[in-house]
Design a protein around this ligand. Structure first.
Ligand code: APR
Length: 188
């Protein structure tokens, strides 16, 4: 298994390849859709592994007109090796001039906030929006890692999060995130 880790502030940012539904953490982030209707990629894997209770919980919190891109809602985790699932709605790539970067950054910040509110010490992310939603993976990786690293540097005095794991499903995605991590120098 490929893995890389760097410390930012007092927390660790770790990259690994694998299936996010099999990595024990306090909270797992899901790449959901605005309708919170479940799906195929990591959304499908998470619902399959969690069991039907996840959708029942989403039925109770789903906004009538859908969850906007950039936002996330928390549920329990059913049979997953976690306590929570944070269902984040990533942006659909439309060429880069429709607020996609801001929405992607907001997905990660929303999940970090949900983790702090629940005192989650470990949080895992898939590569949000780089599958069905078509976000170019190199750009998405840089935004994702810079957002999490910057958050840890800014909140090193008060964050409760010890470790964020990016669980990447294939080699090319792992390599894109590894390149982005190498480029991100942590400012001491
Ligand atoms: N573990 C980790 N990563 C996974 C897994 C898994 N089990 N399954 C897929 N992935 C990876 C994909 O390879 C991709 O790198 O998650 C990344 C995100 O891809 P998608 O799941 O397609 O998510 P996204 O691009 O955000 O599109 C979201 O797809 O499944 C639907 O309901 C979902 O409509 C929403 C859309």
């Amino acid at each position: 298994m490929n893995t890389r880790a760097r410390q930012f502030g007092r927390s660790t940012l770790r990259l690994l390849t694998g299936d996010i539904t099999r990595i024990p953490v306090d909270a797992i982030a899901n790449a959901a859709n605005s309708a919170l209707a479940g799906g195929v990629g990591v959304d499908g894997a998470i619902h399959r592994a969690a069991g039907p209770g996840l959708m029942r919980e989403l039925d109770a919190v789903r906004p009538a007109d859908g969850l906007p891109a950039g936002q996330a809602v928390a549920t329990g985790a059913g049979d997953l090796p976690a306590k929570f699932v944070f269902h984040a709605v990533g942006p659909i790539w439309r060429g880069g001039k429709h607020g996609e970067a801001e929405a992607l950054v907001s997905c990660y910040l929303s999940c970090l906030r949900l983790a702090e509110e629940r005192a989650a010490r470990t949080l895992s992310f898939p590569s949000i929006s780089t599958g069905a939603y078509g976000y170019p993976v190199d750009e998405a990786a840089a935004l994702a890692l810079n957002t999490v690293a910057g958050y840890f540097e800014q909140h090193q005095a008060d964050t409760l999060i010890d470790e964020v794991l990016f669980v990447l499903f294939d080699g090319p995605t792992f390599s894109a995130y590894a390149r982005a991590l190498d480029r991100r120098s942590s400012v001491e």
